[in-house]
Design a protein around this ligand. Structure first.
Ligand SMILES: Cc1cc2nc3c(=O)[nH]c(=O)nc-3n(C[C@H](O)[C@H](O)[C@H](O)COP(=O)(O)O)c2cc1C
Length: 189
């Protein structure tokens, strides 16, 4: 991808190059969105969370685990914000975020090492913005309910998830695969 961006850019000024990269990134993001969505779902399922990076008003970076990211058919989604502290404050001051999802399933890694190849991308980073806190819609509440239904009879389910009522919207504009130099040349074509 970088190679093709360089070919298009030639050796122009840095400013022009950045704008070309942005256009390319959005196009490439749209092309790969169904795959990206699957990678985030597998990452969240295997690790129990995605990492969302944000930056404080004084420039301090932080990373927050969030287990309730839901992505849609477009490069957007939402997450339930109930317990965040710095993440919420940072987003309210500066909505720019980076979301990281990594497939940490033991079986996935064992199979990949046996085959000498990742059959699906091991991880992805999504760049974009998160919006203000808003009340979740009935459909969004339905999505969290069905995700945690299997543990409904456990005490922790009620303690943690019964108060999830508010969400923040996510909009993505670009992405970067998580890459290892080997075992994944065939991916992200
Ligand atoms: C696996 C995992 C998943 C989590 N998912 C959520 C979530 O979906 N929503 C939420 O509000 N807090 C969630 N939390 C709690 C926040 O990550 C936690 O309160 C964190 O300390 C907030 O950090 P911050 O100060 O960077 O915002 C989760 C925590 C863990 C360990």
């Amino acid at each position: 991808m970088r190679f093709s961006i360089l070919l298009i850019c030639g050796r122009p000024s840095a400013h022009r190059c950045v704008s070309v990269i942005k256009i390319m990134s959005t196009e490439v993001l749209l092309k790969h969105w169904p795959e990206i969505r699957r990678v985030v779902e597998r990452g969240q399922f295997s690790s129990l969370y995605c990492s969302i990076a944000s930056v404080g008003e004084d420039g301090t970076p932080t990373v927050t685990p969030i287990g309730t990211v839901f992505l849609g058919s477009e490069p957007s989604g939402f997450f339930f914000d109930r317990y965040t502290s710095d993440l919420g404050k940072n987003i309210d001051a500066n909505g720019r975020i980076c979301l990281l999802a990594v497939n940490s399933g033991k079986f996935f890694w064992l199979k990949s090492f046996l085959l000498g190849q990742f059959r699906s991308p091991p991880g992805v980073r999504l760049y974009g913005t998160a919006g203000p806190l808003r009340e979740a819609t009935p459909s969004e509440l339905g999505q969290i309910e069905s995700r945690v239904r299997s543990t409904k009879w456990l005490k922790g389910n009620r303690l943690i998830w019964s108060s999830f009522t508010h969400v923040r919207d996510l909009e993505f504009t670009s992405f970067r695969p998580v890459s290892y130099p080997a075992m994944m040349e065939h991916l992200w074509q």
